[in-house]
Design a protein around this ligand. Structure first.
Ligand code: ZN
Length: 466
């Protein structure tokens, strides 16, 4: 039906019914479209997204306009007269969504400061003989200056597989910031508490060049403010290659029959498995545990790291298991052999330390217990959070003496060593984790490294009087 016909029909209806009152009633009840501005809600950055929904019966709209207004001038974001100016989608019989990005190129006239985003829409009512409109607006603040970063610490040395600390300032202080190593981000934390007289802008960030990343992976500081403005900054650093050892491990039937059944019975990932008891079945399950379960356990470590304390909970060098023998080093590349055939390859991401059976296992530094239970390949496992993304992990225990939430001091007993999980004998598998990824523990055990890489920088940042 053309609009003219509709109007004529409506007039006819009015004439026939003589119901001018009824028409008036219908008009007075009719409301304009329902508009919601989804984005932006508070801040507009150098690049921003505008998004709004408009609801009207059958999505019939006579007009739809969106602008960002500043100092009395309205700059268009969208108009129904030029629908290509934004992406417009009908999302239901009555609902339309419009969205677009806008930036300094599309809106060069925008300046830092207050602005208003305004959306107006009109729809036909009573067969189009009249219309109803709605206007919705939201006050925003335009921020065009990217965050600023300045490095405060000097001499950064990164061993492949190891850790390092950088001290820097970021402004505004509400910007998220840290160190980016390839695609991995290491957030920075307020330095107050760790650095004397630290201002609001001073940050500390541990970062690592992981063993599975290329030695030349880019390393830089990053910052993102709440308006979405980003910045990055380089800082001087040197990288040192490390040679990772290779080893071969024979997997015997006796080993499989001792190690696999307890893991199968305790790991939820394997709850549906009913081993048939053949050597082949044990080997298949072992390969699943050594590969897939190992990957899943590592993913869980990444999740666990998100709950790290934002302050430094530790002091001094981390302590190694007393009187222990190093059986296996960090990032050893292991080839697994079964009846002389190569069946698997994995990288060992901790230190294996052997002492006596059921040796007391003690916290390597002060922190808070964040996990204390059976944990896949690690068997009975305790993880202690030392704050700012740094955690220590103790695996294969025969018993556990602490619970999640317990604050522990360096040297406090966490449990007894054992051979639960994927362990060839009674030993402690010890790992240092940075934001859930294993890093070489040797550095954290070394008082000289702690002094040079951490304490020196904290002291210097304090006397710099930020
Ligand atoms: Zn180990």
């Amino acid at each position: 039906m053309s609009r003219t016909v509709v109007v004529l029909l409506a007039l006819l209806l009015v004439a026939v019914g003589g119901a001018g009152g009824g028409l008036f009633f219908a008009l007075s009840r009719a409301e304009g479209p329902v508009i919601e501005i989804v984005r932006p809600t508070g801040l507009v950055g150098r690049s921003a997204t505008f998004e709004a929904t408009v609801e009207a019966p059958r999505a019939e709209l006579l007009a739809l306009d969106a602008v960002i207004e500043q100092d009395g001038a309205a700059h268009p974001l969208f108009s129904l007269d030029d629908p290509t100016s934004a992406d417009m989608r009908q999302e239901g019989p009555d609902l339309v969504r419009i969205g677009r990005t806008f930036d300094r190129e599309s809106h060069p006239e925008l300046r830092a400061g207050a602005a208003t985003v305004r959306v107006s829409a009109a729809r036909p009512v009573v067969f189009g003989i009249s219309e109803r409109s709605t206007t919705v607006e939201v006050d925003v603040e335009v921020r065009l200056q990217p965050p600023r970063l300045a490095v405060a610490s000097t001499f950064h040395y990164v061993n492949h597989g190891g850790s390092e600390l950088v001290v820097y300032t970021v402004s505004p202080p509400d910007a998220a910031s840290g160190v980016r190593v390839g695609d991995r981000e290491y957030p920075g934390y307020p330095a107050a508490g760790a650095v004397e007289g630290a201002g609001d802008n001073l940050r500390l960030a541990y970062f690592a060049l992981n063993h599975d990343q290329d030695l030349n992976t880019p390393i830089e500081l990053y910052a993102r403010d709440p308006a979405g403005n980003e910045a990055s900054a380089q800082f001087d650093h040197r990288r040192f290659p490390r040679r990772f050892r290779r080893s071969r491990i024979n997997v015997s039937d006796a080993f499989l029959q001792r190690v696999v059944p307890p893991i199968v019975s305790q790991a939820p990932d394997l709850a549906d498995e009913e081993p048939d008891g053949t050597d082949e079945d044990w080997l298949d399950l072992y390969l699943f545990i050594n590969g897939e379960l190992r990957r899943r356990n590592r993913a869980t470590l990444l999740e666990l790291a998100a709950g790290t304390a934002p302050e430094m909970l530790w002091s001094g060098a981390f302590r190694q298991l007393a009187n222990s023998q190093v059986e296996s080093g960090f990032a050893d590349h292991r080839t697994y052999l079964y009846n002389g055939d190569e069946v698997d390859q994995q990288v060992h991401l901790g230190f294996d330390l052997a002492s006596t059976a059921n040796a007391p296992i003690r916290a390597s530094n002060d922190g808070v217990v964040v996990r204390a239970d059976y944990f896949g390949i690690f068997g009975n496992c305790v993880i202690v959070d030392h704050g700012m993304g740094l955690q220590s992990l103790y695996a294969h225990l025969s018993s556990i003496a602490v619970s999640p939430g317990d604050a522990v001091e360096q040297g406090q007993q966490l449990g007894l060593s054992g051979q639960t999980g994927l362990a060839g004998g009674d030993h402690l598998h010890f790992a240092m984790l940075l934001h859930g990824r294993p890093v070489s523990p040797v550095e954290w055990w070394d008082p000289h490294w702690i002094e040079d890489r951490i304490r020196r920088k904290l002291r210097a940042a304090g006397t710099a009087g930020d």
